[in-house]
Design a binder for this molecule. Structure first.
Ligand code: ATP
Ligand code: MG
Length: 319
């Protein structure tokens, strides 16, 4: 019997959104803003929070410093019921804090640091015993700062395959010239791959979601889920195809919509639901997540998503 449902691996950090910020700030001694907040973030942290709220026993593998910011992250893990045994507390690094400057039009600009804590995980950094305790593992974002080393990713998915652990993976756009060739050995180990439209386009060189999915399936992925923003998602495997419309959200902040989607999708698959139902549930969770500011402010539990689904019943198109 497994003690965890899923382990999320990836970026864990604090976000410091500030706004609205006048672009002329450096010409003044002091500038007043409406809000300066401090919130937890990072793809793996966001996924863990939502999975835990959806009733899944969730472990987190991330990298933080032994500092006040790191203590805050651990406190949030405790509050959300996330197992943080897999957090690597680095005595030599500082927990990442992203400063998010929001201009008067709502556009965001980021200030980030590059340090020991933001470097890619090496194969030996990962707690494989924690992964073996779980039914599923989620690579929160392939090509993110923490998951750039393909040897590390390969060792994770290989361990998962050896122990019949289901693999899920999201990604971020490549910024270092990486491409399909870098993932050749990894894709056949992915049970569910969930890139967004732009990422799938960059990776496959195709322009249509169906062709993108076909290319990924040919490269060995078992199930491809392409997130299409306000157009919902396309799910495809060798036998099935589902184009699922998004829910009509009153979107005010789409930050973390992808993380909410992936977490809800994983929770639904682990509950034994089929691809179409899981995609629709994920569309609902992600749409709901856009209706509040912040990545994990809106989604609280499964019943809330089910109620949202009933209220805004999305039209499901299958062709
Ligand atoms: N405006 C919107 N209205 C309704 N649903 C939305 C909207 N934007 C996003 N979604 C939902 O969120 C999901 C994920 O969004 P998107 O395709 O932008 O993924 P992503 O780019 O990985 O997100 P992120 O920017 O968080 O990484 C979509 O598949 C859809 O279900
Ligand atoms: Mg994304």
């Amino acid at each position: 019997m497994k003690s965890l449902d899923v382990v999320c691996i990836g970026v864990v950090l604090l976000d410091l959104p500030v706004g609205p910020v006048d672009p002329q700030i450096f010409h003044h001694e002091t500038t007043m803003v409406d809000k300066i907040r401090l919130t937890t973030g990072g793809d793996a942290f966001n996924e863990s929070v939502i999975l835990s709220r959806l009733g899944k026993k969730t472990g987190l593998i991330g990298h933080i410093g032994r500092d006040i910011a790191g203590e805050m992250i651990i406190k949030r893990c405790i509050e959300e019921g996330i197992c943080y045994d897999g957090l690597f507390l680095d005595p030599e690094g500082e927990t990442r804090i992203n400063i998010v400057l929001i201009d008067p039009e709502g556009q965001r600009k980021f200030l980030k640091t590059q340090n020991q804590v933001s470097r890619s995980f090496l194969p030996e950094d990962i707690d494989y015993e924690l992964i073996k305790r779980a039914r599923a593992v989620s690579l929160a974002s392939i090509f993110s700062s923490k998951l750039r080393n393909t040897d590390t990713i390969f060792k994770i998915v290989q361990t998962a395959r050896e122990h019949q652990i289901i693999t899920f993976a999201d990604m971020v756009p490549m910024t270092g010239g990486e491409g399909m060739a870098d993932l050749k050995g990894i894709l056949p180990y992915l049970d569910y791959f969930l890139p967004n439209f732009e990422e799938a386009r960059m990776l496959t060189g195709e322009n249509e979601p169906d062709q993108m999915a076909d290319s990924l399936l040919q490269n060995g992925v078992r199930n491809v889920i392409i997130k299409l923003g306000k157009d919902g998602c396309l799910i495809k495997n060798k036998k099935e195809r589902h184009l699922l419309q998004a829910f009509p959200a009153k979107a005010i902040d789409t930050t973390g919509a992808g993380d909410n989607f992936v977490a809800a999708f994983i929770a639904s698959i682990l509950d034994g639901n089929n691809l179409r139902d899981s995609g629709d549930f994920a569309n609902a969770a992600a749409a709901l997540s856009t209706e509040a500011a912040g990545a994990v402010e809106a989604v609280k539990n499964k019943n809330q998503i089910e109620a949202y689904r009933v209220k805004n019943r999305g039209i499901i198109i299958t062709r």
